[in-house]
Design a protein around this ligand. Structure first.
Ligand code: F6R
Length: 260
């Protein structure tokens, strides 16, 4: 796992956007795995800027989102459909038919989840998956105790996640308690994973995920099993890492870089 510690949120977002753009330059028809939440907003803004100012092209791209709340229609302002449209899709040139987001309103969740998994395989798998991390260490909505081999499925959200997400709703009771989420096993099949985290509220979960044991209690720790996972952090989110100096030494002294 590579750990990149950036001075600020803006630097972190730019570094992660460069990683996504590099995948697109190498493979214009790449399949991107998308995340929602406050963390990737800066990354999406930077990709939109690259699209407008540098001609970064999304016309052959396909996307799969990690998750969606159950019970919210795509028009609901707190749905992840709405979030993705407002913050990213309406600003770039991804063909709408290439956009996949789990349905929060299907009447057959099991069949939907199986279809979602099948579609990912049919398009050749996800090239780069963007991830955030919950304060309980979750990736997507794989809450503590989720199998590290889990697939896309219906999940009950943990109370800390409901509390964290209540800030977006008028009242806590409005936060859905179920979601459809890609599984940890689904996520681990992406060719490359990038996890972003900022702010001191994430520092503990980040330290557990990066330096703790691999455990289903912190599903982000499964990134340790992936051969191409990079964690992008701002200084606050990196604050509880014991090996901070080591990660910075590695960054400065990558093979091929002049010795400093
Ligand atoms: C969202 C998702 C979640 C979030 C996580 C952090 O699609 O998969 O795992 O990444 O809950 O959320 P924020 O970024 O709002 O702190």
């Amino acid at each position: 796992m590579e750990v990149i510690i950036c001075p600020t949120y803006a630097d972190m977002s730019r570094a992660a956007a460069r990683e996504v753009a590099n995948v697109l330059y190498a493979k214009p028809n790449a399949v991107l795995g998308m995340a929602t939440g406050s963390t990737p907003l800066g990354l999406y803004q930077e990709l939109v800027r690259m699209h407008r100012e540098e001609g970064l092209d999304f016309s052959q791209v396909t996307t799969f989102n990690l998750d969606e709340y159950v019970g919210l229609s795509p028009q609901h302002e707190q749905s992840y459909h709405f979030f993705m449209h407002e913050n990213f899709f309406k600003h770039v040139n991804i063909p709408p038919q290439n956009v996949y987001i789990p349905s929060g309103t299907t009447n057959n969740y099991k069949a939907f989840c199986e279809w979602y998994e099948r579609r990912i395989k049919e398009v050749g798998g996800i090239d780069i998956q963007i991830l955030g991390i919950g304060s309980d260490g979750h990736i997507a909505f794989n809450e503590p105790g989720s199998s590290l081999m889990s697939r896309t499925r219906l999940k009950t959200l943990a109370k800390p996640t409901i509390d964290d997400n209540a800030r977006f709703f008028a009242q806590r009771e409005d936060v859905p308690i179920y979601a459809i989420t890609m599984g940890v096993g689904t996520i681990l099949e992406a060719r490359e994973l990038i996890l972003l985290a900022n702010g001191k509220k994430k520092a503990h979960a980040v330290a557990e995920a990066v330096e703790g044991p691999v455990t289903s209690m912190i599903t982000a720790s499964a990134l340790q099993l992936h051969p191409a996972a990079t964690v992008f952090l701002d200084t606050e989110a990196a604050a509880e890492l014991k090996m901070r100096d080591y990660y910075q030494w590695i960054q400065k002294n990558k093979p091929g870089a002049p010795r400093t």
